[in-house]
Every structure is written in structure tokens, then in C-alpha cells.
Design a protein around this ligand. Structure first.
Ligand SMILES: [Zn+2]
Length: 382
């Protein structure tokens, strides 16, 4: 019996009988201080042990050394229940080879690192790490707790590939609520309808891009929500149109692109002068640039839906000539675009969250199924 090791081990009613090393591992041979075992059905307790079966349980490392606990699984025969009953242990779940605290530790590690890294450091297989993580993740599942403003967005699974996942986030809490392995409206609807109706009815606004599929999703799953086309997606579309004109007019180079697309008010004096020289070379490019800046101005200065709507319609008269298809798209969605002016709802606040989502997707090569990627995203960002 070693009291110092007992203190270190910190498990109630258990003492370290002996401690030895074998290969890369430290083994702690434990024994129970309480000679009696309770029947798990009726709580009757007896010291008449029917049989003992030794098991090995992985625990937290001590002094950088991987630790296995050697414990006896004690079984009794209960004369009242007329059944055999195996002792239940507080620190390890039935049928598991890891202590609860070790499983929680692995879960936290996977949130920070990749499965491969954790597997390497802990001398566990990738499968073991994934299994532990998934168990704890399942248990920690939380509910959405009545969000009022949501955002629906898509992310590509691999950079440059057109395979998307749909991401649902809570705009007020800047947290991730759900990740769906699809970019088809019917499949998204199916997943979202698993959430309680009352909670979905309570959603007041949903911010989306101009993809028609999302609007269908919102109408069917959040029937009382206002659809708001995200301001940044509209600006992005116009920036793309402006950039196309730049390329058509053969003003090549990254510098030109940067000068044109940057917010006018963020340019320093030198950049402003450079931009002016560029715009002077082509009236067409000049007008396209002014239109882009004017749209940004409309967003900044309109205070009501009506005001925004009026200004946007006026803007469209000129935009149609230069931006063609882009202007048509904006016109088609003008109502939902103008809903922005009610609460100025935008997914812009999600930028930090989106960066983390992308990072985790990129890091998660160890998770080869979508479900494990989803579990990791929700574990880290819910
Ligand atoms: Zn019993």
C-alpha cells in the first residue's frame, strides 16, 4: 500500500497495491478498500465475492508515462434478486477500457488537435481516438435553445472542389448549430425539420445568400422568419461584376484589382491617387467603380426599408447597363435584400466563426466520415 500513489491516483476507496513498468507503460495494480460489493439491482451489499476478473483500464498519464490501471471486476450473487451482479465503478463505465476522466481528456485533446496527433501522443490507434471522441460528443449534444436570428451558408469541403456542406448558425450567439452534408434544399429541409416545430416557428430572421434553394428552405422550415439576403453576398456579387469589367478592359494585375475592390474610404492618399489615374483611363471602369461605391453607400446610409428600396431602384437603372446579369439578380431579390434595413441583420458577425469552420474542415483529414467532421465542428463551435 502506497499512500503517495493513492493521493496521485485520486480515486475514492481505492489503493495502489503495487506499481511497475513494462515496455513503454506504467501499470498500477489497484485494490479496493471496501471489502463489500453492492447488488446493482437492490443495493444489498455483501463481502461474499462470487468471482473476480482482472481488467486493464487506460488512465491519464503520470509524469509523461502512459498508465494502465489493473483492477478486479468483482461479482457477487444476490440471494434476494437471485441474480449475479457485477460491481459498478464510478470512474469507468461498464465495458470500457478507459477511465471516464481519460475519455474526457481525449475528447478535449481532439477539439484542439487532429486525430493523428492525439493518436500519436497517446499511443492509441486512430480508431480508438475517434471512438472515444464520438462517444463523448454524442453525450454532450445540446439543443438549439430558441434562436431568433439564424444564418444559412455553404462551405466547400475541399478547397476548389464543388462539394458543399450547409452550415446553420445562430447570429445572436455567434455559434454553430448544425452542419448538413448536402447543398440540396430538400435534404436540408429534411434535416432541419428534425428540430421541434415550436422552436422553428420562433425564428424571426434568417440571413442567406441569393441561392434560391435557401429561400425555399426558410419558407418550409422557419415559416415565420423574414428572409434577409446577406449584405456581404450582395457586395461580393457586385465586386465580381466590377472585376469582370476590369479584366474585359484589360486592366490586369493584382494591384489594380485591389484598388478597385477595396472600400473607397479605406484607401490611403497614395492609393486614392493611383486609383484616380486608373479610373481616368476608362470612363466605363469609372462608372462601374462609382456604382460599387454607391451601393455600399446605400447600405451605410439607408435607415428604413422604404428608403433602401427607393435608392436601390434608382441604383439599378444605371447598374443594369453595366452589370447586366448581376443587376438582374439583385432586382429579382430586391425585397429580401431590403429586409436588411429592418434590423441590419448580416452574417458579417460570423466571420470569426467561419474562419474557424474552414480551419477545422482543413485540419480534419483524420476524420474520414462526414459524421465525425460534423461532431468535431459542433464540439468546438456550438
Ligand atoms: Zn439484489
Amino acid at each position: 500500500m502506497d499512500f503517495h500513489l493513492d493521493t496521485l491516483l485520486n480515486l475514492p476507496d481505492i489503493s495502489v497495491f503495487t506499481c511497475y513498468r513494462q515496455e513503454d507503460f506504467t501499470f498500477l495494480d489497484l485494490h479496493f478498500l471496501n471489502p463489500k460489493v453492492k447488488c446493482k439491482y437492490c443495493q444489498y451489499s455483501t463481502d461474499n465475492i462470487h468471482q473476480e476478473r482482472p481488467i486493464l483500464v487506460r488512465d491519464l498519464s503520470i509524469c509523461g508515462q502512459a498508465v494502465y490501471l489493473k483492477i478486479s471486476r468483482r461479482q457477487i450473487y444476490c440471494p434476494f434478486c437471485k441474480k449475479y451482479s457485477t460491481e459498478s465503478l464510478d470512474f469507468v463505465e461498464q465495458g470500457r477500457n478507459y477511465t471516464k476522466r481519460y475519455e474526457n481528456y481525449i475528447y478535449e485533446r481532439v477539439k484542439e488537435l487532429t486525430v493523428e496527433q492525439v493518436s500519436y501522443h497517446e499511443q492509441l490507434s486512430a480508431e480508438q481516438v475517434k471512438n472515444i471522441f464520438s462517444r463523448i460528443a454524442q453525450r454532450k449534444k445540446k439543443d438549439w435553445s430558441n434562436p431568433e436570428r439564424l444564418s444559412l451558408d455553404e462551405f466547400s469541403k475541399e478547397k476548389g472542389k464543388r462539394q458543399f456542406v450547409t452550415v446553420v448558425s445562430d447570429l445572436d450567439r455567434s455559434s454553430l448549430l448544425e452542419v448538413i452534408d448536402s447543398h440540396k434544399s430538400d435534404e436540408i429541409i429534411q434535416v432541419l425539420k428534425a428540430q421541434p416545430q415550436a422552436m422553428r416557428d420562433n425564428v424571426k430572421e434568417v440571413s442567406v445568400d441569393m441561392w434560391g434553394g435557401f429561400q425555399k428552405v426558410v419558407k418550409e422550415t422557419f415559416p415565420n422568419a423574414l428572409i434577409v439576403i446577406d449584405r456581404f453576398h450582395v457586395m461580393q456579387l457586385v465586386n465580381q461584376a466590377l472585376n469582370k469589367i476590369r479584366l474585359l478592359l484589360e486592366f490586369k494585375g493584382l494591384r489594380n484589382r485591389c484598388l478597385l475592390l477595396k472600400n473607397g474610404e479605406n484607401l490611403n492618399r497614395e492609393e486614392q491617387e493611383e486609383l484616380q489615374i486608373l479610373l481616368n483611363q476608362s470612363p466605363c471602369l469609372g462608372i462601374a467603380y462609382e456604382l460599387k461605391e454607391e451601393l455600399r453607400n446605400i447600405y451605410e446610409t439607408s435607415t428604413t426599408v422604404k428608403m433602401g428600396f427607393r435608392k436601390l431602384q434608382k441604383w439599378l437603372v444605371y447598374a443594369r447597363c453595366l452589370f447586366g446579369q448581376t443587376a438582374e439578380t439583385i432586382e429579382k431579390h430586391i425585397q429580401a435584400i431590403c429586409h436588411y434595413f429592418i434590423n441590419r441583420t448580416t452574417s458579417g458577425v460570423m466571420e470569426g466563426l467561419n474562419t474557424k469552420i474552414k480551419l477545422i474542415i482543413r485540419q480534419s483529414y483524420g476524420f474520414n466520415t462526414f459524421e465525425s467532421l460534423r461532431e468535431k465542428l459542433l464540439a468546438c463551435l456550438f
